[in-house]
Ligand binder design. Structure first.
Ligand code: 13P
Length: 255
């Protein structure tokens, strides 16, 4: 974590917490986590619970909301999908794009991720672009190359002004939902590489300022260690963001 940067902590609920559970969660989370101007907190509830989450955080402008997935078209006959514009109209500020579960389970390609990123930016949503290698790719020594290819597919279409609105999340697939967290040193190695790519493409002002989050089995007891690693500007948390008190601890962690 670079000292002047504001930690960015995000909770991705995935397919958990309907509207009632979302209200219950925030009743407890907002009691356990006191508003703090020195960090950004964002939740990604399932779309069906977005309104309930919004109502529950209404008195807490320090807590922002995003959507877990968007379609790249603005509107149309796409049953089951939501567009970036619909997310924005509903009050979302962020959208996850390129999450490894979307890539692995729903067949999303780098090109799909690039289109979604452009759609999010055009609609005024901040995309959180997720990249990360599988265990097989890591063991073959290809982690850096895989991440670089995933990034290039999206960054190729962006100029520096647009890229200034991007957030990147490094989520190694082998660490997601497995309880096997990347060590701070593992995370640092890839974060430093991602930072170099961003600076190389967009210059130090933009590339140096893009928040780079780490995700994969983050828990209250490893959050501070990860945040202390170089170029780790925040955390993208799955399972541990479902526990209000535990996630409050993650949100308050300092690196
Ligand atoms: P876990 O924290 O459950 O490993 O999930 C990480 C993740 O995929 C966040 O988007």
């Amino acid at each position: 974590m670079t000292p002047f940067k504001k930690p960015f902590i995000a909770g991705n609920w995935k397919m958990h917490n309907g509207p009632l559970a979302a209200r219950d969660f925030f009743g407890r989370f907002l009691t356990a986590y006191a508003a703090s101007p020195d960090r950004t907190i964002v939740f990604f509830p399932p779309a069906i619970s977005f309104g309930a989450a919004q109502g529950a955080v209404a008195g807490r402008p320090d807590v922002e909301l995003g959507v877990q997935n968007i379609h790249w078209e603005e509107k149309g006959a796409f049953t089951g999908e939501i567009s970036a514009k619909l997310g924005h109209d509903a009050g979302a500020a962020f959208a996850l794009v390129g999450h490894s579960e979307r890539r692995a389970l729903f067949g999303e390609t780098n090109e799909d991720t690039a289109r979604k990123t452009r759609a999010a930016l055009a609609a005024g949503l901040t995309p959180i672009l997720c990249v990360g290698e599988s265990l097989e790719e890591r063991e073959a020594g290809n982690a850096g190359a895989v991440v670089e290819t995933q990034l290039a597919a999206v960054l190729d279409g962006l100029d520096a002004d647009t890229a200034a609105k991007l957030v990147v999340a490094y989520e190694p697939v082998w660490a997601i939902g497995t309880g096997r967290t990347a060590s701070p040193a593992d995370a640092e190695e890839l974060h430093v590489r991602i930072r170099a790519i961003l600076i190389d493409r967009f210059g130090a002002d933009v590339g140096g300022a893009t928040p780079i989050l780490y995700g994969g089995s983050v828990k209250p007891d490893n959050a501070a260690g990860l945040l202390a690693a170089r170029e780790v500007d925040g955390l993208l948390v799955g399972g541990a963001s479902l526990d209000p008190e535990g996630f409050a601890q993650v949100c308050a962690a300092t690196g």
